[in-house]
Design a protein around this ligand. Structure first.
Ligand code: XLS
Ligand code: CA
Ligand code: CA
Length: 438
């Protein structure tokens, strides 16, 4: 088959000294680190929507990029698939993620749209078999069409709920057909603008009903992968119901969905929620909801979801540190939910962007492993909490201490005599030492 990016060859690993812009300096897919190839630690995925569909449009202007491949309709859908597989092949990306309506344009009727999805998924499946590329997760686009202007699972109109369920049913079937290891539920327009027109209690109950129906249907088809909630605090609605990991987990627990779902944490969404990326990952992990990651970054000077390719090595290191501490990915991975800037509008920019993001996370993985091996942070934390391993601390943890006993203990003790320094600046310099020292 003719290549769509013939001028760009497979991106080689050339090591940190390379100045070749079309080479990896830290991502060496088959290099074994801590007993696993890098590609298995990182499980990189290409996001169909930003890579094959987004053409640079923003609130103030139209397309700056041409991704039409000189065609349209189903032929364009297939050309996009060809481009996706060529990119994955040349960049050594093993997985992809998609929304149903990234794969094909919506037709005038649901039946016709579903027929298009059948056709394109056959086509993609063949390419998967030929290349060994896999689907990390699929999701349903329940926010673009105007029918979802008031929400999908939380819509005030039951007909919209029914349509959204029908669309989701088809997406589940396509995801199962493509062997997806996950199905994502990002809130889309599941939120509200004003309480003056909103029955919040009913909307939340319905969102839970929507998820329960979807999960049970997928399981009935034999789906054994993971379901993910993807928290985001705002955009497009002012108040999104899945604000952050803590909020999403509380929601899942209230409705008995906690055993069925995990988190897909996106870096840029963490920022919008006023958290660090690492916080969202840690919060998910300590509560047993660690799942998958949308690897991107926002801009600290802008208050919106810019979905940039990640190039911040500190954040990538802290992310990979959390991934390692959580035991690594099982069904999840690192999906580049990221788009080239509006002004970075050539095909080479796509390659430069993926290389930048992949190298950043590969470096992050190497540095996170070095942080673990260095041991100073783990040791500091162990010492900081040592009082819980003996004496009164241990009695509290074992559930033996009573309020009376704690009172007697405090009376005998007088006041607390030592409160050790938290040593934040020292620990930050340990991180710098691991990142940049010899
Ligand atoms: C939007 C979300 C979206 C999900 C998938 O902000 O990041 O792209 O990842 O629907
Ligand atoms: Ca995302
Ligand atoms: Ca985003």
């Amino acid at each position: 088959m003719n290549q769509l990016f013939p001028e760009i060859r497979t991106i080689p690993y050339e090591g940190p000294k390379s100045k070749n812009p079309l080479a990896f300096r830290w991502y060496n897919p088959d290099e074994i680190l801590a007993g696993k190839p890098m590609r298995e630690h990182l499980r990189f995925a290409l996001a169909w929507w930003h890579t094959l569909c987004a053409c640079g449009t923003d609130m103030f202007g139209g397309d700056t990029m041409d991704k039409s491949f000189g065609t349209s309709g189903m032929d364009l859908a297939k050309k996009k698939a060809d481009a996706a597989f060529e990119l994955m092949e040349k960049l050594s990306i093993d997985y992809f993620c998609f929304h149903d309506y990234d794969l094909v344009d919506e037709a005038d009727t649901l039946a016709e749209t579903n027929a298009r999805l059948d056709e394109i998924s056959d086509y993609i499946l063949e390419k998967m078999k030929a290349t060994g590329k896999k689907c990390l997760w699929g999701t349903q686009k329940l926010f673009g069409n105007k029918r979802y202007m008031h929400g999908a699972g939380t819509a005030p109109n039951a007909d919209v709920f029914a349509y959204a369920a029908a669309q989701t049913k088809k997406n589940i079937e396509i995801s199962v057909k493509l062997g997806a290891s996950g199905i994502v539920f990002w809130g889309g327009r599941e939120g509200y603008e004003t309480l003056l027109n909103t029955d919040m209690g009913l909307e939340l109950d319905n969102l839970a009903r929507f998820l329960r129906l979807s999960i049970d249907y997928a399981r009935s088809l034999g789906f054994t992968g993971d379901f993910y909630i993807e928290p985001k605090p705002k955009e497009p609605t002012k108040h999104q119901y899945d604000f952050d990991a803590a909020n999403a987990i509380a929601f899942l627990r209230k409705y008995g969905l906690d055993r069925d779902m995990k988190m897909n944490i996106e870096a840029n969404h963490a920022t919008l929620a006023g958290h660090t990326f690492q916080h969202e990952l840690r919060y998910s992990a300590v509560n047993g909801f660690f799942g998958s990651v949308d690897a991107n970054q926002g801009d600290m000077l802008l208050g919106w979801d810019t979905d940039q390719f990640p190039t911040d090595v500190y954040n990538a290191t802290y992310c990979m540190y959390e991934v390692l501490k959580a035991g690594g990915f099982t069904n999840g991975g690192l999906n580049f939910d990221a788009k080239t800037r509006r002004g970075s509008n050539t095909p080479e920019d796509l390659f430069y962007s993926f290389i930048a993001g992949m190298d950043t996370f590969a470096l992050g993985l190497r540095k996170a492993l070095a942080l673990v091996e260095d041991g100073r942070i783990d040791q500091f934390i162990a010492e900081r909490y040592a009082s819980w391993t003996t004496g009164i601390g241990k009695r509290v943890i074992d559930g033996e201490a009573t309020m009376e006993e704690l009172e007697q203990y405090a009376l005998r003790m007088g006041d607390v005599s030592t409160n050790l320094s938290g040593r934040q600046e020292y620990l930050e310099s340990v991180v710098n030492d691991v990142l940049f020292g010899n």
